[in-house]
Design a protein around this ligand. Structure first.
Ligand code: PGA
Length: 231
């Protein structure tokens, strides 16, 4: 079983969601599908798909206009939330400690946090990938509770290119080894320019338990192909 996560970002509407749910209902897959849609579209999942938010606050409640708490997301029936997506880290100037707090809040509310980690272009170029990944894992992942790790090299998000498959495999092996040292056993998914042409190869590596799909998840037929090619 693979985990296929859609990240719609600030795109889509009810019509697109209805279309996707209709098409998802027509296929038979043993994979888990999680739709991380805008807050306004969150709802209870069904046997075909679960829902997730794209971010939650690191605070539990209070004077944070425009923010959404873990409890609020859980109340919609959603089961997951992305935390620490590189776009959110950038727009909101998040530190690893903020991502950790959001992940802890998610777990306390009964959600599974999908914790995004990944190196920047400069870190990649200067050979700092391993150290960045290790410190993000140590600083963003709660000690207890179920989590999913999403490895998203920042330099390929929305870029239409992916690292070499051997590099994806190498980093996923490193993440697995680090998680084992931390006493954690959880799924590790890859994100960044996943599409219908590269998904099969990406998911064939041993420690790649699924994919997080941005742009391609907005095209219903392509997203369905990605889910089906992992069967
Ligand atoms: P992309 O986005 O698939 O469009 O590269 C992935 C992400 O940002 O999660």
């Amino acid at each position: 079983m693979k985990i296929i996560i859609a990240n719609w970002k600030m795109n889509g509407n009810r019509k697109l969601l209805d279309k996707n749910l209709l098409e998802l209902g027509k296929i038979h897959t043993k994979n888990r599908v999680v739709l991380c849609v805008p807050y306004t579209l969150l709802r209870c999942g069904d046997k075909n798909a679960d829902f997730g938010a794209q971010n939650i606050s690191g605070a539990e409640s209070g004077a944070f206009s425009g923010q959404i708490s873990a409890d609020m997301v859980a109340e919609t029936g959603a089961k997951y939330t992305i935390v620490g997506h590189s776009e959110v880290r950038k727009f909101m100037h998040l530190k690893n400690s903020d991502v950790l707090m959001a992940a802890e809040n998610a777990i306390n509310a009964g959600l599974t946090p999908i914790i995004c980690i990944g190196e920047s272009a400069t870190e990649h170029r200067t050979g700092r990938t391993n150290s960045v990944i290790k410190s993000q894992l140590r600083e963003c992942v709660p000690q207890t509770g179920r989590v999913i790790i999403a490895y998203e090299p920042r330099w390929v998000i929305g870029a239409g290119k992916i690292p070499q498959i051997s590099e994806i495999a190498r980093v996923h092996n490193l993440i697995r080894a680090e998680l084992t040292k931390m006493g954690k056993n959880c799924a590790i998914v890859y994100g960044g320019s996943v599409n219908a042409s590269n998904a099969t190869e990406i998911m064939s590596s041993p420690n790649v338990d699924g994919v997080l799909v941005g742009g391609a998840s907005l095209k219903t037929s392509e997203f369905i192909t990605i889910i089906s090619c992992a069967n």
